[in-house]
Design a protein around this ligand. Sequence first.
Ligand code: CP
Length: 316
Amino acid sequence: MTRDPRAASTSLRDFLGIEGLAPGELEALLDRAEALLPAAMGQVRSEPKLAGRVVANIFFEDSTRTRVSFEIAAKRLGAEVVNLGASGSSASKGETLVDTARNIEAMGVDAIVVRTSISGGAALVAQHVDRPVINAGDGRHEHPTQALLDALALRLRLGNLAGKRIAIVGDIANSRVARSAAHAFVRLGAEVIAVGPPSLVPVGFDAIAAGPGKVSITHDLDGILCDIDAIMTLRIQLERAAGGGIAPDYRAGYGLTSERRAKLKPGTPILHPGPVNRGVEIDDAVADDVADSVILKQVSCGVAARMAVLLRAIAD
Ligand code: CP
């Protein structure tokens, strides 16, 4: 059985991308995630709204933050969780992602969380299964729960994002995080400044997102540092770069060094989706800055964001 992927992307069940969300849904998810933060952190007991449900995590790319936080989110809500990776599953024998998902569905799970190197892979799975599908990162396409947690971490720090200028720095070309974040921040009224060397910022990236905000492009990081409200640095995605490595002068041009951090307005929050390549896109002292680095706060927000998405998928 197949389903219309556009319908799937805008249904209340699947969560395939920020781009396909209906108006108001992003704000509703953020409000819900914010309310769930104490429960996500174990400070209050969650209502077990997913008791008796089973969530399947199919992760065909490696993950620390996303996989574990989906598992914690599901368990906080009372669900059981099964985890499947490419290694140790029959994917290693050539079974496709869709066949894997259909077999897991046939075992009666209630939702399927998918991470894959295939851009559009989560929507592909959603076309072939009847259970809600949640995109946990698909190739270069989207990482929508990451955008939720990024927006939540920023909202907690800055309040309303409308009118804020948020720099996303680095390997925009290969980054599903950058794409989802751009969609989310522009919907929330922010200006996203995509920053990186010309080889890593795709022509046309300034036209990808629609909303009250906008996207602009610059290749001059030093030229914008004193006039932004937040900065997110990105890892160079070597696993997606076609034969490339990290340019020897990358840090000199685009690394968030202590010298560059000193040029930011006081209190400018510093984000990174992780995993961090220390000394490349961000220096130790900046990543670990207790005042302005929100990198670990992003991770905490991830549990709450994924609780909100699981409730939307299964409980609403
Ligand atoms: N940010 C993120 O997706 O991290 P993981 O790859 O560890 O899940």
